[in-house]
Design a protein around this ligand. Structure first.
Ligand SMILES: [Zn+2]
Ligand SMILES: [Zn+2]
Ligand SMILES: [Zn+2]
Length: 471
């Protein structure tokens, strides 16, 4: 498929870059000479210019009526395309780029819009149209952005490949998806929720001042930070044990030990050269291990490699789970029960009930404290609207892991409904359980990026019975 090949080899620009894209050209040449029809004879939407005078295709400039593909011309900008795709019935429709703006999502590109390139475009789009037609698009508004990602990968029969992008401060892009803010975080959340599977692409580092990843790497002197280093052999004088770079021993074409002033005559008898050190021309200090620094190409700031934040980038493949979500037109819901899986202090509702009732009986008989807390996230819907279901999903999983790991060994938990859960605190009074909750809230704020508004209802002793799940 031309789309997939193109993403692997870089944007295809037939006129200027034919040799680099010979694979694509071969395929086009090998493709059947039949020019496919537009699906349902729907027009092609033109953005950024006037429709060309080509009779063998129906053009449209009205994004409100249905269309089968998009052609980008010179004046098409990212905002125009985003607005069209936002309201498009199928946001995964194929796109041809005749504008030269390679950073916009596209499946086909050529320098000139004419009969021949339009025929090539239709051949390229034909398998995409077929796969899109096999699986009509429907999505809840909250899930739309994530499902579009799955649909693009599915319809192009392609992985979501990462690629270096020197003109992006992120240094990496996903041509299949085009550029958009927060794309990596979205992909990562989808992978956390098993909709995508990762394979590692590369690790980038981030400028400590401006966050750009366009960094130049160099070895630097740990003392002065300069990069004017040269390697020099170390001379080791056997009789006094002195070691220094060779230049410090050189006096009138002879080697004289700077410590004991003896002349070094015979290699292997008087002295040897056990290694090499980096000597700094800037400050004269010699070091066996220079440090690695990053100089930012965008703001010139220097960040030490020790201090630079590292980002791992991945290629992503749609999983069975992802395909199922796409077919159903909705992403998996939050299920606290499955999120608690694998935690040793998590129990089924029935087990929790039995354990809680037994603990309460003991507490009553020996006049001991006992409390149960019901926890839920109060702003879940707002978070999903703002950040997408999958990011909230993976953030919530992290929150649950943090909460359960923080509990004492005697505490136990269960899911109460899809997005709430219960914690039982044996030997704990209500006010102590409340301070545990406060501590948890602070820990969550530190460890979980999303601002979960965690609410708790705490009941103690006999009153705890009202929070116990029904048997
Ligand atoms: Zn910078
Ligand atoms: Zn130096
Ligand atoms: Zn010596």
């Amino acid at each position: 498929m031309c789309g997939a090949v193109e993403y692997l080899t870089g944007p295809l620009d037939i006129a200027q870059r034919a040799p680099r894209n010979s694979t694509t050209l071969d395929r086009i040449a090998a493709a059947p000479s039949v020019i496919p029809d537009l699906p349902d004879n729907l027009p092609v939407l033109v953005l950024g210019g006037s429709p060309p005078d080509l009779a063998d295709i129906v053009w449209s400039t009205d994004a409100r009526s249905p269309f089968s593909a998009i052609v980008l011309l010179d004046r098409a900008g990212p905002a125009d395309l985003a607005a069209v795709l936002d309201s498009a019935e199928d946001p995964a429709l194929p796109i041809a780029d005749f504008s030269g703006a390679h950073y916009l999502r596209h499946d086909f590109t050529a320098a000139v819009l004419d009969r021949s390139s339009v025929a090539d475009m239709k051949r390229c789009f034909s398998p995409i149209w077929r796969r899109l037609g096999d699986l009509p698009f429907h999505a809840d508004l909250d899930d739309r952005a994530d499902l579009i990602i799955l649909r693009l990968a599915y319809s192009r029969a392609s992985a979501i490949e990462a690629r270096f992008a020197a003109d992006s401060t992120l240094l990496v892009e996903y041509p299949l998806l085009g550029r958009s803010a927060d794309l990596r975080r979205r992909l990562e959340a989808m992978a956390d929720c098993d909709l995508l599977r990762r394979t590692h692409f590369t690790r980038t580092h981030v400028c400590g001042k401006c966050n750009s990843s366009r960094l130049h790497t160099y070895e630097a002197c740990p003392d002065c930070g300069g990069s004017d280093l040269h390697d020099e052999a170390v001379v080791h004088h056997y009789s006094c044990g002195w070691q220094e770079p060779e230049s410090r021993f050189v006096q009138d074409h002879q080697l004289v030990c700077p410590k004991c002033r003896h002349e070094l005559r015979h290699y292997g008898v008087d002295y040897d050269k056990p290694g090499v050190v980096a000597v700094c021309h800037g400050c004269g200090v010699s070091n066996s291990e220079p440090v690695v620094n990053f100089a930012c190409l965008d703001c010139s700031a220097v960040t030490g490699s020790e201090d630079a934040t590292a980002i791992d980038w991945y290629h992503y493949h749609v999983t069975e789970e992802g395909l199922r979500a796409l077919q159903e037109g909705r992403l998996p819901n939050l299920h606290v029960e499955s999120m608690l899986n694998g935690h040793s202090r998590a129990f089924s509702a029935r087990e929790f009930r039995l354990m809680a009732l037994a603990s309460m009986k003991v507490a009553q008989r020996y006049d001991r404290p006992f409390a149960i807390a019901r926890l839920w996230v109060d702003n879940l819907d707002a978070l999903i609207r703002e950040h997408g279901r999958m990011r909230v999903h993976s953030g919530f999983q992290l929150a649950i892991d943090v909460i359960v790991e923080t509990l004492a060994d005697s505490d136990f938990v269960t899911a109460d409904d899809d997005s709430a859960f219960l914690i039982a605190f044996p030997e704990t009074a209500g006010h102590d359980a409340a301070s545990v909750m406060e501590r948890l809230t602070r820990t969550l704020a530190e460890k979980v990026a999303l601002p979960f508004d965690l609410k708790a209802r705490i009941a103690e002793r006999g009153a705890a019975a009202e929070l116990v799940p029904e048997g």
